[in-house]
Design a binder for this molecule. Structure first.
Ligand code: AP5
Length: 228
């Protein structure tokens, strides 16, 4: 049995994926969660689900997301707190796109303490800006299961259809080039300082996200295994 195929223990930790739009957080967070049979909590996916269902939360979030800005804490924190309360989170989970500000990180730190979790492990996806645009504009996501593809680098076997469930592949509305620039600016201003915040606390590992999906995945797995 190869090291990556051997059975995984319970995660019993919280893993945070931090990195700019298009770095590959979703791709890797889903895979890590799958390996440990842990929930994958993407605040972006949760918000998009609210938008798709037309809930009042979704109606408030939609124009903000469409402008490439961060959704206010009054919306995001309640959504996260409710999700963490569910029993499937009791043995750890993987955050993708949360926290995104130092204030969110401080709030999360308190919440995890209350739930008896150790400090989170932070995967910091490091990648040059020049590579991000190709990844984002080429991204297509399955409407059914959320599987992530890229028309340039990770195309589906059959154009426009998911390999897993045959679902239709779609492009996110905020993946247009002019909105991507705004999302990157929001990242630099509000989220990038989180790397220094978690580095100071000694829980962060820089991961070279420019490598292949498999290589990046292996570096992340090594980090998490060492820390468990
Ligand atoms: P969110 O959905 O979190 O988007 P994001 O952070 O901008 O990140 P992306 O989903 O664009 O990229 P990713 O890093 O997950 O990359 P992926 O794996 O898809 O947030 C969207 C919006 O929601 C925000 O703008 C904000 O408005 C709101 N929001 C969310 N959370 C919030 C919060 N906490 N507070 C406030 N507001 C919040 O990969 C990208 C592409 O690259 C894919 O095509 C993939 O196939 C390809 N790829 C991945 N890895 C590789 C590789 N190694 N080699 C080649 N191609 C690769």
């Amino acid at each position: 049995m190869t090291p990556d195929n051997r059975p995984h223990d319970k995660l019993d930790r919280v893993v945070i994926f931090l990195g700019p739009p298009g770095a590959g957080k979703g791709t890797q967070a889903k895979e890590l969660a799958r390996k440990f049979s842990a929930p994958h909590l993407s605040t972006g996916d949760m918000l998009r689900e609210h938008v798709a269902q037309g809930t009042s939360l979704g109606q408030r979030a939609q124009p903000i997301m469409g402008r490439g800005e961060l959704v206010p804490d009054s919306i995001v924190l309640r959504m996260v707190a409710e999700r963490i309360e569910r029993p499937d989170c009791s043995h750890g989970f993987v955050f993708d796109g949360f926290p995104r500000t130092v204030a969110q990180a401080q709030w999360l730190g308190e919440l995890l303490k209350q739930h008896g979790f150790k400090p989170p492990l932070v995967v910091h996806m490091v990648i040059e800006r020049a590579m991000l645009l190709r990844r984002i504009t080429g991204r297509r996501t399955c409407k059914v299961g959320g599987e992530i593809y890229n028309v340039y680098d990770r195309p589906p076997k059959c154009e426009g259809r998911c390999d897993h469930d045959g679902g239709e592949l779609e492009q996110r509305p905020d993946d247009r080039e002019e909105i991507v620039a705004l999302r990157l600016a929001a990242y630099e201003k509000q989220t990038a300082p989180l790397a220094a915040y978690y580095r100071r606390l000694g829980m962060l590992r820089d991961i070279d996200a420019s490598k292949s999906v498999d290589e990046v995945g292996k570096s992340i797995l090594d980090f998490v295994r060492e820390a468990l």
